[in-house]
Every structure is written in C-alpha cells, then in structure tokens.
Design a protein around this ligand. Structure first.
Ligand code: IMP
Length: 194
C-alpha cells in the first residue's frame, strides 16, 4: 500500500518510512504524489488540524494520506501555546525567541507541561485512523542543551534530569510524544490492514 504524507518535510518522511517499512507500506511526500496544497491550520485542537491536513491531501491525491500535528501545552498558561506552538509570539520570532517568550510568560506560574502529537490517516473510502502521543515534563528556568529543535532546550524530563535538547535522537524518540504517536499509529494501521 502507498501512503501520502501531508508534509513537505523530508525528515518527517524518513521517520514515518522507518516505522512503517516493516508493514510493507511505502510512504511518499505530497509533492511526490503531485499534490501542492497548503492547508491552513484553523482547528482548535491537534486532532482537528491533523484531520484538516490529511483530508485535503487524500482528496487531492486520491490516495490514503497521513498528517501529524503537534505542540507544547503548559499548565501555567491554560494549555498554551498548544496548537499555536509554531506561531507563538507572531511571525517575527525564531525558535529561541519563542522559548524565551514562553519562559517570560511562565514567570511565577506552575511549570508542568506536556508535548502532544496527533497523527491522522484518511482513506478514500472515508475510514479514519487517529493516534495520539503525549510526553509529560516541566519547563526549565533556562535553556539547556543544543540538540533537537523548537522548545527542546526548555522542555525538561524529570525522570532523566535532562531537557529534550540534551538527549540523543534515539533517547528522545523512545519517550517523545511523536515517537509514541508513531508507534501507536503503526499498531493501529497494522490492525486495520489485517
Ligand atoms: P507542527 O509542525 O504544526 O506540528 O508544529 C509543531 C510545533 O510545535 C513546532 O514548530 C515546535 O514549535 C513545537 N514542537 C512540536 N514537537 C516538538 C518537539 O519534539 N520539540 C520541540 N518543539 C516541538
């Protein structure tokens, strides 16, 4: 079976291909399926946004399509930045600018937080598979580590006493929201395909 990934990111393709190769599933980027859609992430939840992306690419390609949506939810900010994680603080900020703003806004607030990833796969016959992964942690008081991306330098994992940016890709994948969602998705897809 061939799956189209609703993304332009080759790193996401490599991640998904690795985990699905054992199931005999071929994954390609939307551009390789001749699809050039830019989906506005207007949903209020990760589920809605991943569904919007997967459905648009499924409809444009006529093939099963899979999309992910992820972000960081902080208890001290009532779940923000959440679905706005990539856009937090507006278009003028880079990754470091966004996590600095987060540290500023969290001053005096509780530090509990979680990363969330939701994967949705839409089939042309109307079937939908959804998988969610969460990774609990806390927001550090200052950035530490140089690996990863996004909010990794300030996302602290108490059980490992390290931030995501201090973990190797393998260590992060073993516990991360995305790793959990991907593995849950692979299991559900395997069961669906029988
Ligand atoms: P998406 O590509 O729409 O899912 O955007 C997710 C955004 O959430 C990213 O741009 C990051 O800001 C943040 N994010 C999601 N996963 C991670 C992670 O594993 N580490 C750091 N930041 C993340």
């Amino acid at each position: 079976m061939k799956l189209v990934l609703a993304s332009k990111n080759p790193k996401k393709l490599a991640e998904l291909s690795t985990i699905l190769s054992g199931l005999g599933i071929e994954v390609c980027l939307q551009a390789d399926a001749g699809v050039d859609v830019e989906v506005e992430e207007t949903g209020a939840t990760f589920e809605e946004n991943s569904m919007l992306k997967a459905k648009a690419v499924m409809e444009a390609s006529g093939l099963p399509a899979v999309a992910d949506d992820s972000g960081l939810c902080c208890d001290g900010l009532n779940g923000a930045p959440g679905v706005y994680s990539a856009r937090y603080g507006g278009p003028g900020l880079d990754d470091a600018g966004r996590y600095r703003l987060l540290l500023e806004n969290l001053r005096g607030q509780t530090r509990a937080a979680k990363f969330v990833s939701v994967i949705t796969c839409c089939f042309p016959n109307g079937d939908v598979i959804t998988a969610r992964g969460e990774c609990p942690g806390t927001i550090a008081f200052a950035p530490q580590g140089s690996g990863g991306f996004g909010y990794d330098p300030v996302f602290f994992v108490p059980s490992l006493k390290k931030t995501f940016a201090q973990l190797s890709p393998e260590e992060k994948n073993a516990i991360s929201h995305r790793g959990k969602a991907l593995r849950a998705f692979a299991e559900k897809l395997e069961a669906y395909l029988g």
